[in-house]
Unconditional design. Structure first.
Length: 232
C-alpha cells in the first residue's frame, strides 16, 4: 500500500529546457520529489521514442564509452525515433528508479506525443526497465543489457511486449547466467543475445551490439506504431 500511495503522489510538475547542443536538448523534469536531469534527442510527434537508463550510479551516457548518446543520435538521425536519456533522482534505489522511468514514459507519451516507447537499461538499469516495462501499458518493448537478476521478478509480465536480453560471456561484474535466468522466466516474445568474450560494459563488441540493438528497436517500434497509423 505504501508503494501504491507513493506512485500516486509522484508527479511531473514542470519541464525546463536548459539549453541545446547539436540538436540534443538539456531537459530537467521537475517532480514533486526532486529533479530528473535528462537529454532529449527530439523527433516529430507521432513517432516512437526510447528511454535510456543507466546502472546503479545512474548517469546519462550508459556503458561502453557513451553508448546511449551514440545510439540515440543514430535513432533520431536515421530512423526518426526520439530518445530520452535519463539520470535517476536517487541512483541505486531500485523502486525510486522504477518510478523515475515510469514518469519519463509518461512525459514522452503525454507531453511529447510519442505513442510507442521502448526502454533500455544496463546492469542495475536492466532490472529497472524490466519492472517498468511490466508495469506501464505505454511501453512497447524492453532491452536489458548486462542485467542483474535482483528486481526482475516481473519479467514474465513484460509479455506480450517483446524483451531483448544482451550479455557478454566474459562479464566480470554480472555473469551471463543472470540474463539466462531472466530469459527462462520471461514469456514470449523474447530474445537472448550472448557475445563471446565481451565484458560488462560491452565495449569489446561495440559495433555488433550497436547494430543489434538499433535494428531490434527499430523493428519493434515500427510494429508497435502500426496500430496508430490510422489514427489522427
Amino acid at each position: 500500500m505504501a508503494r501504491q500511495k507513493q506512485q500516486r503522489e509522484f508527479v511531473l510538475e514542470k519541464v525546463t529546457v536548459q539549453g541545446a547542443a547539436d540538436g540534443v536538448e538539456e531537459v530537467l523534469l521537475e517532480t514533486n520529489a526532486g529533479p530528473l536531469p535528462a537529454r532529449l534527442h527530439p523527433a516529430a510527434e507521432g513517432r516512437a521514442a526510447v528511454v535510456w537508463v543507466g546502472g546503479a550510479g545512474g548517469g546519462l551516457d550508459g556503458p561502453a564509452w557513451g553508448m546511449y548518446p551514440r545510439l540515440a543520435s543514430q535513432l533520431a538521425a536515421h530512423h526518426g525515433i526520439a530518445s530520452l536519456r535519463l539520470h535517476y533522482r536517487h541512483p541505486n534505489y531500485y523502486e525510486e528508479c522504477v518510478l523515475d522511468t515510469l514518469l519519463a514514459v509518461q512525459y514522452l507519451v503525454q507531453q511529447r506525443r510519442h505513442p510507442a516507447v521502448a526502454l533500455v537499461g544496463h546492469s542495475f538499469g536492466g532490472a529497472v526497465v524490466v519492472t517498468a516495462g511490466a508495469l506501464s501499458p505505454d511501453v512497447a518493448a524492453v532491452v536489458a543489457m548486462s542485467s542483474q537478476t535482483y528486481g526482475t521478478d516481473l519479467a514474465p509480465k513484460v509479455s506480450p511486449r517483446p524483451l531483448l536480453l544482451v550479455h557478454g560471456t566474459a562479464d566480470e561484474i554480472l555473469p551471463d547466467t543472470c540474463s539466462r535466468s531472466i530469459y527462462q522466466r520471461a514469456q514470449q516474445p523474447k530474445e537472448l543475445k550472448l557475445y563471446p568474450g565481451c565484458r560488462h560494459g560491452l565495449d569489446e563488441c561495440r559495433d555488433q551490439v550497436d547494430a543489434d540493438v538499433v535494428g531490434w528497436l527499430t523493428r519493434q517500434l515500427s510494429a508497435a506504431l502500426a496500430p496508430h497509423s490510422g489514427r489522427e
